[in-house]
Design a protein around this ligand. Structure first.
Ligand code: NAD
Length: 393
């Protein structure tokens, strides 16, 4: 099969196996060029391990510290006629690279919100690892089926309290335009908290603790985005922000419930980056294109792998990490500092359809978007026939 990108709206509906493998290898290479990680535990569970920040976390633990990694993801397997999802190919490539270096890797593909997958993970830990000493929670999902009631909840991306009108960039039409978003209802807020809040993170830790597979002194982190004034109306102070506030509640509850185990639970705040999850959020493509340009000029631009390497070295495994007032690890300072935000705000006020491509780094945004699906990567022949069916063991 010859595989070229098929883009529909904010999503690419196919992926390139060799391109995804090359993208994973680039991240492994970056980690292997850094000083080796000290004091990083050797048995790591990553929930949401196949793309974005979760994949970067898995790569950092495995190739930076030689850790055994167990991953959970929800990806589509390829067939002869249809490519798999990028996360599928990334996982296959991760397994190949881990195997080549003699590193243990196991991945369970299924719904992380379900009791069945939690039970499978517990069994795998018991059989292969004994216990885990780091649990990374990096799910991004529009839906969650409650494991007890069977009810399916959907998240919404809407402002809270009042309608919000702002600029956005329509990636499909190459158009800067205004959008108006109506405020969420109370139900929509509650449902978003149900999907993206802390409840499932707590259920994971409860299942692991109950089975006795959490090592004493285990650390766990879930990821958040806090941002600043420009993104607050649609993110920080919006439905998704309410869900993220619930992570802070959950982290405190975890620290207190598992104090005997000396569990360290952190919410880690990361910078805005192009991932499958963020490209679906209105306003974010415009904001990210502008901030990419500013941060590249400032020399502070980072991708997922650079952010997570710093999270491990300056946050999770630092001797005395700096925590904010809500006990969070903050890796987003290069983005959220006042001087950088002022530059983005000035561009934001100025940006129009006519000047968008001069003011914003849309080229960088789009290149990163394509890379998520294994496209636009140097050294990959996109006109060559490739077998879409790839698996891992
Ligand atoms: P992503 O879409 O790249 O990754 C999501 C992961 O979750 C994938 O591995 C996917 O397979 C897995 N997943 C989704 N639903 C699942 C399910 N039901 N069962 C099992 N696995 C499932 O997303 P991302 O951007 O890396 O986001 C990860 C976390 O980081 C999220 O909490 C997000 O809010 C946070 N974050 C993202 C950004 C950003 O700009 N992208 C910034 C800060 C924080």
């Amino acid at each position: 099969m010859v595989i070229h990108p098929k883009i529909r709206g904010f999503i690419c509906t196919n992926a390139h196996p060799l391109g995804c493998a090359a993208h994973v290898q680039q991240q492994i290479d970056f980690i292997q060029q850094q000083p080796r990680l000290e004091q990083v535990p050797q048995r790591v569970l990553v929930i949401g391990c196949s793309t974005g920040y979760g994949l970067a976390s898995r790569i950092t633990a495995a190739f930076g510290a030689g850790a055994k990694t167990l991953g959970v993801c929800f990806e589509k397997e390829p067939t002869e006629k249809r490519t798999g999802t990028a996360g599928w190919y990334n996982t296959a490539a991760f397994h190949d690279a881990a195997k080549a270096q003699g590193l243990y890797a196991k991945t369970i593909n299924g719904d992380a919100f379900s009791d069945e997958i939690k039970a499978q993970v517990v069994e795998a830990i018991k059989a292969d690892l004994g216990q885990v000493d780091l649990v990374v929670y990096s799910l991004a999902s529009p839906k969650r089926k409650d494991p007890k009631s069977g009810e399916v909840y959907s998240s919404t991306l809407k402002p809270v309290g009042q309608a919000y009108t702002t600029k956005t960039y329509d990636t499909d039409r190459d158009e800067v335009k205004e959008i108006s978003l109506e405020p969420a209802t109370e139900d929509e807020i509650a449902n978003t908290v149900k999907v993206m809040g802390g409840e499932d993170w707590e259920l994971w830790l409860a299942a692991l603790a109950e089975a006795g597979v959490l090592a004493a002194g285990c650390k766990t982190t879930a990821y958040t985005y806090i941002g600043k004034e420009l993104t607050w109306p649609i993110y920080g102070h919006a439905t998704i922000g309410k869900a993220k506030e619930d992570l802070d509640r959950a982290a405190a509850a975890l620290r207190s419930n598992y104090a005997e185990l000396q569990l360290e639970a952190y919410v880690s705040s990361l910078k805005a980056l192009v991932t499958q999850a963020s490209s679906a959020i209105p306003v974010m493509p415009l904001y990210i294109s502008l901030i990419y340009g500013v941060m590249k000029q400032e020399g502070t631009h980072e991708g997922c792998i650079e952010q997570i390497y710093r999270l491990f070295t300056e946050g999770l495994y630092a001797a005395s990490p700096t925590l904010d007032e809500a006990h969070r690890l903050r890796m987003d300072g290069f983005e959220t500092n006042d001087a950088t935000q002022a530059k983005v705000k000035a561009l934001w006020d100025k940006v129009t359809q006519e000047n968008f491509h001069q003011l914003a780094d849309y080229e960088g945004y789009h290149a990163d978007f394509l890379k998520l699906f294994g496209f636009g990567i140097d050294g990959v022949d996109y006109d060559a026939d490739v077998d879409p069916v790839v698996s891992w063991s």
